[in-house]
Structure formats: C-alpha cells, structure tokens
Design a protein around this ligand. Structure first.
Ligand code: ZN
Length: 295
C-alpha cells in the first residue's frame, strides 16, 4: 500500500535488524525455508514383514509412515529398511533393500533409497552394495547399526565395505559410539561419512562435534540423543559449519517435528537453517555416485 507511513517502515526495519543482531529467527526466513521442502537424512521405513523400529507401534505401514511425515512437514527423505538392519542372512537385507527401492519408486521424487547390509558374509554384502548402486540407483548406504546384529567396524571386512564406498563414491551413514567414530573418521578420509546423533552426555556430545569438525569427510545428522539439549545445535554449527550438519529424525523411532522445532528456534541464520534442513542432503546426494578416481 503506497500510503504506508514511512516512519512505520523505518521502525519495522530497525526491529528486524535488532532481531537479527540478537539472533532471533527471522520470520520471513523461516517462511522461505518452509517453501523449500525439508529433507530428512535419516528415515527407517516399516518393512512389509512387520519389522518396524518403534517402541509402541502406531505407524505400521508405508501409507501411515508417509502421512505422519506429512503431519510433520517432512516432504523428502533418505529411507532405509528396518528389515535390512536386523538381517540374519543376505536374503533378509536383499529383501529389505528391494522394499526400499519399491517405495522410492512408488513415492517418486519424495524418497531416495539407501542400502543396508550386514558384513558377516562379506562377498555377498559387497555384491549387494554394488548391485543396489548399479541396478537400484542407490548412492547412500546405511544407516549401519553394528550393535543390532553384533559386528564391528575395526575389521578387515568393514575396511572392504569402506573401500567399496570410496570406489563408488557412496555416502556412508554409520551409527557409532565415540571411539568408533574417531576410528572411522581417521582411517577413511576419502569416504563421506554421516554420523548420526550428538550423544547422551556433554562430554560425549562435545567430543563428537570436535571429531566431525576436524574431519572434512565427516558430517553429523542431528537425530536422536542430544538435539533436545538447547545450545548443542548452535555449538555444532559454530565448530563444524552449517554445511556439514544435517537434519535427520530417526523416524519411525523418533519424532521428526521436535528436531525441526529445534532447528527453527535455534540462534542461527536463515542460510544455516536452509543448509541443515535440506541443502546439505541435496548436495551430498547430487555429488555421490560419480567416479572420483579414488579407490
Ligand atoms: Zn536410525
């Protein structure tokens, strides 16, 4: 409206600037972020055989999974199968990964598939990673959770998995304790590794942030324990930079919107929030899978 008094406009400008200086979220920035759809780096789909990661089951099927994400405003995500994480045999994780491919296709443009294996029969595991890359188009592998079936990351077999990820330029998402995180970040500098979760104690959280900060190949996804502690996200962005901090929820285990609320309310710039909520995952996916010449 042309008749809007000039002094009101000036006052509004001063208020907006003051908000920015003391670090409050800018409403206009938040609106802009909402228009770009949030990309969740850490989703576990319910399996067709009934395996669902949820303590008390309320979202049992893929339509229920998707409609819950809709409630939370999560329009895109990287999905992996609960069935693959608990696989006792290669057949189990192959079935899980094919369910992922089926749903990535069914909800095209919404989800990107991720391959999960267990490394006990290593030749078959490596073959599955290659096949899921070549035939299913997956460029993301994990989340690997070694505690679920009891394998270790500091083994010759796991080194083979990491070497294959280097060769194919895949993003690895690996659930670790802090010692395992340090080992993997130190020993595989050519692999892009996404480490989920901040941790459950201040000491743990600060160490994990420091490890990611000092390894350019590492990113942290902010799902799970730690994100509910106010100030941790701000510390991660300060030490690591917002380009390697990824929004993830760990749904169907955890609530996606509580993590989004922390990102939205955090003392960050709109650019940081955009990086965290969707740009970083987009960037990782866009450059993964293309040969780098490393092996
Ligand atoms: Zn998870």
């Amino acid at each position: 409206m042309s008749g809007f008094p000039r002094r009101h406009a000036l006052r509004a400008g001063v208020v907006a600037l003051a908000n920015f200086i003391i670090g409050e979220p800018l409403k206009r920035g938040v609106q802009a972020e909402t228009r770009h759809s949030i990309f969740d780096a850490h989703l576990h789909i319910p399996s067709d055989d009934g395996e669902v990661f949820q303590w008390n089951l309320i979202t049992r099927t893929m339509p229920e999974f998707v409609s819950y994400l809709d409630k939370c405003g999560v329009k895109r995500g990287v999905i992996s199968s609960a069935r693959s994480n608990t696989a006792k045999t290669p057949e189990d994780y192959r079935l899980g990964n094919r369910e992922v491919a089926k749903y990535a296709e069914k909800y095209k443009g919404r989800f990107r598939g991720s391959c999960v294996i267990t490394p006990d029969r290593i030749d078959e595991a490596l073959r599955e990673i290659e096949e899921s890359h070549r035939e299913l188009g997956f460029v993301w592998v994990g989340e690997f959770c070694n505690y679920m079936t009891g394998y270790k990351y500091d083994t010759p077999e796991w080194s083979q998995v990491m070497q294959l990820a280097t060769k194919l330029n895949l993003v690895m998402q690996i659930h670790t304790n802090t010692r395992e995180m340090q080992y993997l970040a130190d020993n595989f500098p050519d692999v892009t590794i996404v480490f989920p979760h901040f941790g459950s104690s201040p000491d743990d959280v600060f160490k994990r942030i420091a490890i990611v900060a000092s390894h350019k190949n590492a990113c942290i996804d902010i799902s799970g324990s730690g994100i509910e502690r106010v100030g941790i996200l701000e510390r991660a962005v300060k030490e690591i930079g917002s380009e390697r901090v990824l929004y993830g929820s760990d749904f169907t285990i955890n609530e996606p919107s509580s993590v989004i609320a922390r990102v939205t309310n955090a003392f960050l710039t709109p650019e940081d929030r955009e990086n965290i909520l969707f740009r970083n995952v987009e960037r990782l996916l866009a450059r993964a899978g293309k040969a780098t010449g490393k092996s």
